[in-house]
Design a protein around this ligand. Structure first.
Ligand SMILES: [Zn+2]
Length: 252
């Protein structure tokens, strides 16, 4: 009987290729993350940073994670010494399953835990005092009651009807103002049931439209994307006021 000869270098071509592919994937994945943070740090203004993080951070980290995982699947197959059809099948299967499993874990971490970390940073950015370009001094963030006098009717209406928040920053010395828009549909809040940062407005309906003498009523529907908890909240819609009125705005 002839002894089967095992040539340890038989699959060198594949092993080298797999290793190189792994390194390329890891390099690309890390570049995506690095590129994101470089772009973020060169983005000027707290509001722009806020929008940038809110819009891209989780998605980009997810994309980078997938690329890094794919790199990992090549890496664990870069030491092949045996390559029969059965082996290929087993390796492809187990590697895919492992990659999928790690992907699911990372996806869940990004979806349910990472938002806490993002939320803290977003809060800091939203309330960080804005500097007036006129005087170079910090501006004042107006309260809900104060800000109405500085917003046009469309904005007040929008704040009333949609889950939109306007922040008005005022430079009291020069009268310069800066108005920033924050959309509730894009931004999840903490769920009262499971406490994850996954509670979002999904629908809004006007129960009663406000008139110039009577307040209206709006129903906001919230759903938690983690535990499925649903809640409704009624919000009072302010009496429509004219912009140039100097009298105190109607209280909500
Ligand atoms: Zn929940």
């Amino acid at each position: 009987m002839e002894e089967p000869v095992i040539d340890p270098h038989k699959y060198d071509a594949w092993n080298n290729l797999a290793l190189n592919l792994a390194l390329v994937c890891w390099a690309v994945g890390l570049l995506v993350i690095l590129g994101y943070f470089v772009k973020l740090s060169t983005t000027g203004g707290s509001k722009n940073k806020y929008d940038f993080i809110n819009r891209y951070e989780i998605n980009l980290l997810w994309i980078a994670s997938i690329i890094l995982i794919v790199g990992g699947t090549f890496f664990v197959n870069a030491n092949v010494t045996e390559l029969t059809t059965l082996w290929i099948f087993v390796r492809v299967f187990t590697t895919t399953m492992a990659g999928f499993f790690i992907g699911v874990i990372i996806k869940n971490l990004l979806k349910f835990y990472y938002p806490f970390f993002i939320e803290r940073r977003l809060k800091v950015l939203r309330y960080k005092p804005r500097i007036s370009p006129k005087t170079g001094k910090p501006m004042k963030l107006l309260s809900e009651e104060e800000e109405d006098a500085h917003m046009d009717e469309g904005m007040i209406e929008e704040e009333n009807v949609f889950s939109v928040d306007y922040d008005v920053w005022l430079d009291e010395e020069s009268g310069y103002k800066q108005i920033e828009k924050y959309a509730g549909h894009l931004h999840a809040i903490q769920c009262p049931e499971c406490n994850y940062q996954t509670f979002k407005v999904t629908r809004e309906e006007v129960i009663k439209a406000p008139s110039s003498i009577e307040e209206g009523e709006l129903m906001k529907h919230y759903v938690c994307s983690y535990c499925g908890y649903k809640a409704r909240k009624t919000v009072t819609l302010k009496v429509s006021t004219k912009m140039d009125e100097t009298s105190a705005p109607a209280t909500a």
